[in-house]
Design a binder for this molecule. Structure first.
Ligand code: GCU
Length: 721
């Protein structure tokens, strides 16, 4: 999205530039005294730091030999990873073997292979695909530690789990643990362009592409796959959803094959984003009508060619009829027609198509108070329920708008009963501070995943729906937009990596608490110094609310610069354009009336029990009020405060909390490595300055509109414009 920025934004960005320069100076100062063994963040949560002698001693009984069963490349990777991790953490060299154990060993292999060795050793429950079992057991007369799974990928996941336990000094004596993935789909999307730039990427250029080609050196792609595998992610779409037509050129397929080769040892399937108009645009057919047999034939041949080169290819992601992309509407066809023509080409090979529900009209008439972009996904896809093939998955953003700091869950999760779903979460912080602000998103994602849709009066949290647990759809799960780049620490900010880690852990087990996830991540990433763990955990866990409080409280929606960088404050940019991210603030009040009674009727897209939560102003939770209702500035919240006073207070408190982060971080000097200490300090100082910019911009804006001064005398001393 790019349009001229309003004047307020210009004034704001001047100040941001100043802060950016200060931060850049601080950051580069932090980068100067790098030692040879400097902590770069490249290893992320897989640092495998040496344990102290005392801690290492408790792993003395870990067998000195690994035995790999079968001839799977992924199991070999698992064996090598275990050897590497144990060498680094415990200073011990494991010997590697295959076949039957001849001494106490760590046995690595699928259940089928294990049974050829010891037919009666069985996990206490059936293992789903990629689930694993860690079991201490006597095998052929030796004390063994068995890492087994129904798939070779599961064996690799089991090894990563074992190494994570050691890194966090957890006991591995007498292991008997089954871990199962919650859903089969656990994918990331990268929005990389073939020219090497990444749409909404804040960690440097693409690790896959440069100058219109696949990079010669793909070592980062392999390292990325290792990181992904360590948190159970099994697929990666490597290019922008706004797909370059060139991605399906035969020459490009030959190149992307090299990326698939880099992923394969880690059990990560490669997938591509494709443009629906490809048959016409690339190969000169006179149509891309999904119901035209020539188009179906084109997709079939193209897909056959891809599988010839990449036998474990995962499938496609499609963005159509959205934000200027061509789609089935060109021929009066629907989204199921479009998804199915591609799904049928993929089906014989076992591939899937993710069809994005992010379909809306970005030329909506803003004068019409009944218009509402939030309704678009449900309106477009609910009528098509049951029309999608069983290897098509409708990929739905968590909220009905677009990755804002707070949105209600998309009603479409409850609107498809006979269609595969996947939830799309945004790991890259497009609207949540672009990795310059600390914003740990796991608490937000958990609220979404745990949200009960009350379908048919039953308990039906969103996580059940996307995993196909309710209507027993064949597949479904989780997709995260990651956008890592060539920056050594992947996402630009060491602390932002907690979001990638957290996404993977939640996709594996959405029942994990945010506290557990962040504690694992901090210990793996920074070590177990108690002050460091306590401080970093607490900062991460509070950071989403802090960011929300100085950017967009009460569910107001986009107060950021929506027509420009999606980062600076720019509340005026939301209104009076067709993008539809309106907050409807005027002199009388603020918020979108989305009620059935008087508004856009978006609320009516939810099941009845959820409608009850939002329809009546008096019932609506404060943190969603402005998403669902247009209220006077002096409307009293459940908290007793008026809306406008809440906005003032929240922004002042938020800015203070952002400043507190700096004070909380400083005592960590000497408790963690100097590089990441200084890098993060500079970022937090910058964030504290930016929070003040946000505070003043939003408070002054709402004061100018409302004319209501701040009861605490901080805002409103200047003239109302
Ligand atoms: C957002 C984002 C775009 C992206 C789009 C999408 O609007 O700003 O860059 O293309 O989402 O998810 O398709």
């Amino acid at each position: 999205m790019c349009m001229a920025e309003p004047s307020l934004v210009h004034r704001m960005t001047k100040r941001c530039w100043y802060l950016a320069v200060v931060a850049a100076v601080l950051t580069s100062a932090a980068a100067v005294p790098l030692r040879v063994d400097a902590e770069t963040g490249a290893e992320a949560w897989l640092r495998y730091s040496a344990l102290g002698p005392q801690a290492a001693k408790s792993y003395d009984r870990l067998p000195a030999r690994t035995v790999a069963l079968g001839d799977s490349a992924v199991v070999r990777t698992a064996q090598q990873e275990l050897t590497r991790g144990v060498a680094q953490m415990l200073g011990r060299t494991l010997s590697a073997g295959a076949g039957s154990p001849s001494e106490n060993s760590v046995i690595l292999g699928t259940l089928a292979e294990l049974h050829s060795l010891t037919p009666t050793l069985n996990p206490p429950q059936e293992l789903r695909a990629d689930g694993y079992w860690l079991k201490s057991s006597r095998v052929r007369g030796f004390d063994c530690l068995v890492v087994t799974a129904s798939t070779d990928r599961g064996v690799l996941y089991g090894v990563f789990a074992l190494l994570s336990k050691i890194a966090r000094a957890e006991s591995i004596a007498a292991l008997a643990e089954v871990q199962q993935p919650y859903a089969p789909i656990r994918w990331v999307n990268q929005w990389d362009n073939l020219n090497g730039r990444i749409e909404r990427g804040y960690g440097g250029p693409s690790i896959f592409f440069a100058d219109g080609r696949v990079r010669d050196d793909l070592s980062r792609a392999g390292q990325y796959a290792r990181l992904l595998a360590s948190i159970g992610i099994n697929g990666c779409t490597i290019n922008n959803v706004n797909a370059d037509l060139g991605i399906l050129d035969d020459a490009m397929i030959t190149q992307t094959r090299r990326i698939a080769d880099a992923f394969r040892p880690w059990g990560v399937q490669l997938a591509l984003s494709v443009d629906l108009s490809s048959p016409k645009a690339i190969d000169g057919l006179d149509t891309f009508d999904p119901l035209d047999p020539r188009v179906a034939e084109w997709w079939r041949k193209k897909v056959d060619e891809i599988y010839r080169q990449i036998p474990d290819f995962g499938g496609f992601v499609v963005k159509a009829d959205s934000e200027g992309r061509l789609g089935p509407s060109t021929y009066g066809r629907n989204h199921a027609d479009a998804a199915n023509v591609i799904a049928r080409a993929l089906k014989p090979h076992g591939g899937v198509v993710f069809y994005r529900a992010f379909v809306y009209n970005h030329h909506l008439d803003w004068h019409d108070l009944k218009n509402d972009r939030a309704k678009a996904a449900f309106d477009n896809f609910h009528p098509l329920d049951g029309a999608f093939d069983d290897n098509a998955i409708v990929q739905i953003k968590n909220g009905p708008i677009d990755f804002q700091v707070r949105e209600p869950v998309s009603p479409l999760f409850g609107g498809l009963r006979r269609t595969n779903e996947a939830i799309e979460l945004q790991i890259t912080q497009e609207y949540t501070g672009q990795q310059k602000h600390l914003c740990f998103l796991v608490p937000m994602w958990k609220e979404v995943l745990d949200f009960d849709m009350h379908l048919d009066g039953n308990t039906t949290p969103v996580k059940h729906l996307v995993a196909g647990r309710v209507s027993h759809r064949p597949t479904g799960g989780f997709v995260g937009v990651a956008n890592v780049g060539m920056d050594t620490n992947w996402m630009g900010s060491p602390l932002a990596m907690a979001n990638l880690y957290g996404f993977g852990r939640l996709a594996w087990d959405p029942g994990l608490s945010a506290e557990t996830i962040v504690d694992e991540w901090t210990r793996l990433t920074f070590g177990s110094d108690p002050l460091a763990v306590q401080t970093i955990n607490a900062m991460q866990l509070s950071s989403w609310h802090v960011y929300e409080s100085y950017t967009g409280p009460l569910g107001a929606g986009t107060l950021t610069n929506i027509t420009g960088n999606h980062y600076d404050p720019g509340p005026e940019s939301s209104e009076e354009n067709g993008w539809g991210q309106w907050h409807r603030a005027d002199r009388a009040g603020i918020g979108m009336d989305r009620t059935v009674a008087t508004g856009t009727a978006f609320v009516g897209q939810y099941p009845p029990a959820v409608q009850k939560l939002y329809e009546a102003m008096a019932e609506c939770p404060d943190n969603m009020l402005l998403f669902f209702h247009h209220v006077p500035y002096t409307y009293a919240l459940h908290s007793g405060k008026t809306v406008v006073q809440h906005v003032y207070d929240s922004h002042y408190e938020g800015a203070e909390h952002a400043a507190d982060f700096v004070a909380e971080w400083k005592p960590l000097e000497g408790h963690i490595d100097e590089e990441r200490y200084r890098d993060t300090l500079a970022r937090l100082q910058y964030q504290a300055g930016e929070a003040v910019v946000w505070r003043d911009a939003i408070c002054n804006w709402i004061y100018r509109l409302s004319g209501v001064p701040d009861a605490k005398g901080r805002v409103g001393r200047g003239p109302r414009q």
